[in-house]
Write a protein that binds this ligand. Sequence first.
Ligand code: G3H
Length: 258
Amino acid sequence: MTTRTPLMAGNWKMNLNHLEAIAHVQKLAFALADKDYDACEVAVLPPFTDLRSVQTLVDGDKLKIKYGAQDISAHDSGAYTGEISGAMLAKLKCTYVAIGHSERRQYHAETDEIVNAKVRAAHKHGLTPILCVGEELEVREAGEHVAHTLSQVEGGLKDVPAEQAESIVIAYEPVWAIGTGKVCGADDAQEVCAAIRGKLAELYSQEVADAVRIQYGGSVKSGNVAEIMAKPDIDGALVGGAALDAEDFVKIVRFRDQ
Ligand SMILES: O=C[C@H](O)COP(=O)(O)O
């Protein structure tokens, strides 16, 4: 049986400036013990403007916290005002990059084609994509949530070879549960995460499907994380609001104690 190390990632969204980022990562580093890092991988996804400060802190103090970006350009370089390339993120030693978050899909019109180009750009620069997928409320109410989410997985991974797919992270985030306090029931989250793993087996192989970590995201808090993490196909959480408070995030990392 494959053992997947849970990945607990805090997506700060457009919160915390670079000074606040330093204070926050210091608090995490102070609170987290070696055994926490043995039990799971801990990552933060700050705004672009914080990444240099986070890198300096992590590098300087040899912290075990991983970090990454919330988006990446599909392009390598050139006249793309406002964009940040994979090469720039790699230079800052980012490990992860979130791609296709529902807020990018909703407010920046990111289609599966754009998401796929960004996944391939991340791989090109040695970054691990956290491919975000998930349905809106009306899609769930119509009973189409599994099909919708699997089609986003397939679209995001188009032309991605097995050797790259096996290290990817997929975050299942039902849009209606993001920032609303309405957490998806653990059984409902498991249903979709199991279907995602099934789709990976169909697209690649059971070996690849067993290797990929699938996170749940959407109103994860210290009070509900243990129930979610108890599900066999859920390998971590992508945490928004509750990741902005270092103490809350540490409690989520220690989900086994909740
Ligand atoms: O990327 C994180 C998700 O959008 C979840 O956000 P939330 O924990 O505030 O619901």
